[in-house]
Write a new protein. Sequence first.
Length: 147
Amino acid sequence: MVIAPLDSARSCSFASTLLQNILYSASLAAYSFAMIFGATVLGQLSDRIGRTRTLGLALIGSLAGYLVCGAAVALKMPMLFLLGRFVGGLFAGSVPVAQVALLDMKTKENRMTGIGLGMFAVTSGYIFDPIGTDFVVNVLFGRPMWF
């Protein structure tokens, strides 16, 4: 995952280089750590309230996490950024729920096709997200992007 807003947060003069590296590592760890718990909760929640509602909740939660991260960068508040990354991670475990929802819509004969299409979509995101981010940062903002 490419964290473009974090680049500008790291270039601020609010912390030493060591502290910047610690905050950067903590932001990556907070997202992954929260995803462990979020995937479990979202999986159980999808069985209770339905997959569509769970996916909607996950999208709203992810949006909230990204908004908090954006506000934290604008306000130069690294601890708020960590909170936003944690919130985003809690709701990032929605990929397995989306895959199961896709399988629910397929017949038994077409389930492997559904799994393949779901994995294709996820993998395409991993490939094209850095390309799109590089385009936005280089072309629209005129800054180099290193990842």
